[in-house]
Ligand binder design. Structure first.
Ligand SMILES: [Zn+2]
Length: 130
């Protein structure tokens, strides 16, 4: 875990994040679909990591996948780390913030746009800047 530029102790994360943010970002939880602030959100701007404020996705790459979580077809270059995830009897690719290691969601290669990628992100894991 020492590779991330931003590191905090569990106590520091708990102080910075709400209980639900901590559960998703630091304990790899998943928010309930269709509940997040940014699931249906179409303003122009940049989505940042809720834990460390690093820009992760541009609003121009956001699309409505119908899955109930904010979805993007591309990330900001270098912002995301990809981790093989074999939990829950599936082989998936987990996405975490490359700056602080916080859990964001998963990426799938069944995207409907030209990139073929579908970044499925917990709304609670991201913030928005206009
Ligand atoms: Zn981060």
């Amino acid at each position: 875990m020492s590779k991330y530029p931003i590191q905090k102790s569990e106590a520091e994360w708990k102080e910075k994040l709400t209980e639900e943010q901590y559960r998703v970002l630091r304990q790899k939880g998943t928010e309930r679909p269709f509940t997040g602030t940014y699931n249906i959100h179409t303003e122009n701007g940049t989505y940042t990591c809720m834990a460390c404020d690093t820009p992760l996705f541009k609003s121009t790459t956001k699309f409505d996948s119908g899955c109930g979580w904010p979805s993007f077809d591309e990330s900001i270059e270098g912002a995301i780390e990809y981790i093989r995830d074999t939990t829950h009897g599936m082989v998936r690719t987990e996405i975490v913030c490359a700056t602080c290691g916080s859990h964001l969601g998963h990426v799938f290669n069944d995207g409907p746009t030209a990139t073929g990628q579908r970044y499925c992100v917990n709304s609670i894991s991201i913030d928005f800047e206009k």
